[in-house]
Design a protein around this ligand. Structure first.
Ligand code: PFF
Length: 468
């Protein structure tokens, strides 16, 4: 096959590719979701299952996405179309690319709203609004923000502008510049937070909560009804671990595929994918080790989900010495993590507009940014003027619905199709040629991508749509 190049450019080194893909993977999913679900579902036991999912489902699919991207060297839609033609598969495979672009739109529209909260909190914590505040005071700040559509729109607009500016500048001057500054900053901030957590005196308690394996919780779902705890055997937590592996590694929607299309030839895809998955996991674990000691040192409730970061942590920051500075750093960290993920969510669509409609990157980013911004309004209103039951569908707000549709249905489905295409439709010689790795390792990948990953995805998917 003749060597293809991408019209959008290439990363300048392997390190930049690793930083960009890790930037996409590390996001809101790592910093609030992972620590929280780990604590809920059996600590160390859950971490073990999660690591297994990353290894047998996440890494093989990530390798497949990067491999397809680098072979196609175009936006996911055009990559899938041309690879399907080359491999003699039907043109319907381009739908994988379309679904990827659509999922990116949907996820970004609400991701930007939540990232907007983080932006707002940077200024609130820095301004000292939480100093000495009690739970009720912190709650008021949160409801004042989420109950006011105008303020939410302002923060959502700012976050979208930040993301569009990066994407408009292109692969080298935009995405690459952003990740080489933001990712090291994110790692430094994370370890500063860890140091701070170690000084709280509740570090060991935090570690215990996060890592002490409780296999009981892993296989049982418990519910407390009228003060009595009822537990029943359940595969739920195992499936939560698997579902989260997709979201956290940004799989199933073309983000990693498009980043792969800018990867120089001659770099090991397998080694890069393993490193990205390890870094993503490291960030998730360190985030947990930084957050829970602060929660315990202040007697806060560890299992409060999305509220943990916005409604409980500020109480701690308001009460602790240095909390104003460390609190501000924490939300800056959250914004950086969301920012480097957001740019990967729009890059597939922007690349397609440039390739197929001949738009400049600035225009393409403008068009995509505006469309996503409008869709984001629906999520903003879900927290205030559309929060009533009359605006709900299947009991879910617009925001909940988009999250459910994209994260629980579109990503696993996209991942499944990618695994089927790479494992079954693509000729052995083609994928072998692109990976250029040892035969034994290649065979291992092939077994995982043909059998294990698809099976695992089907199980997660059926569970997500409530079939079992
Ligand atoms: N991986 C991101 C997180 O953990 O927050 C979310 C995400 C980004 C999902 C990009 C999908 C994606 F394409």
């Amino acid at each position: 096959m003749t060597e293809r190049t991408s019209i959008h450019g290439q990363w300048s080194s392997r390190l930049v590719f690793i930083l960009a893909a890790t930037g996409s993977a590390v996001g809101l999913g790592n910093i609030w979701k992972f620590p929280y679900i780990t604590g809920e579902h059996g600590g160390g036991a859950f971490v073990l299952v999660y690591l297994l999912c990353i290894a047998v489902v996440g890494i093989p699919i990530m390798m497949a996405e990067v491999m397809l991207g680098r072979r196609g060297r175009q936006s996911p839609i055009n990559t899938m179309t041309s690879l399907a033609k080359e491999e003699g598969a039907g043109s319907a495979w381009s739908l994988v690319g379309w679904s990827a672009v659509l999922a990116g739109f949907i996820i970004l529209s609400y991701y930007s709203v939540i990232a907007g909260w983080a932006l707002a909190y940077v200024f609130r914590v820095a301004g000292g609004i939480f100093n000495g505040a009690d739970a009720a005071g912190v709650q008021t700040v949160f409801t004042d923000l989420t109950g006011d559509p105008e303020r939410l729109i302002a923060w959502h607009t700012l976050f979208m502008l930040m993301s569009m500016t990066v994407v408009a500048r292109g692969v080298r001057a935009g995405l690459e510049k952003a990740v080489i500054y933001l990712m090291p900053a994110l790692f430094v901030l994370l370890f500063v937070m860890l140091g701070y957590a170690m000084s709280t005196g509740a570090f060991i308690e935090g570690l215990k909560f996060l890592f002490e394996p409780d296999f009981g919780k892993l296989f049982y779902a418990c519910e407390t009804v009228a003060g009595v705890e009822n537990c029943e055997l359940s595969g739920g937590p195992v499936l939560v671990a698997m579902g989260h592996a997709f979201f956290t590694l940004s799989l199933g929607m073309g983000a990693i595929m498009v980043y792969g299309s800018y990867m120089p030839k001659g770099i090991s895809i397998a080694r890069s994918a393993v490193l990205i998955a390890l870094l993503d996991t490291l960030v998730a674990l360190v985030a947990g080790m930084a957050i829970f000691p602060i929660v315990f040192a202040n007697g806060l409730e560890p299992g409060s989900g999305p509220g943990l970061i916005f409604q409980t942590l500020p109480i701690a920051f308001g009460a602790m010495p240095g909390g104003q500075i460390f609190g501000t750093l924490f939300f800056v960290l959250l914004v950086f993590a969301a920012w480097t993920s957001a740019i990967s969510l729009i890059e597939p669509a922007v690349a397609w507009l440039v390739e197929n409609r001949g738009l400049s990157r600035v225009r393409a980013a403008g068009v995509i940014g505006m469309t996503t911004w409008v869709l984001g309004l629906g999520s903003i209103f879900s927290f205030n003027i559309w929060s009533g039951d009359e605006y709900k569908l299947f009991g879910m707000t617009f925001f909940d619905l988009l999250d459910y549709l994209a994260a629980n249905i579109m990503l696993p489905l996209g991942g499944l199709l990618i695994a089927l295409f790479a494992g079954w439709l693509m000729k052995r010689e083609s994928s072998m040629d692109e990976f250029a790795m040892q035969a034994r390792r290649y065979d291992l990948w092939r077994v995982l991508i043909r059998y294990i990953s698809p099976l695992a995805v089907v199980v997660v998917f059926l569970n997500a749509i409530g079939i079992f």
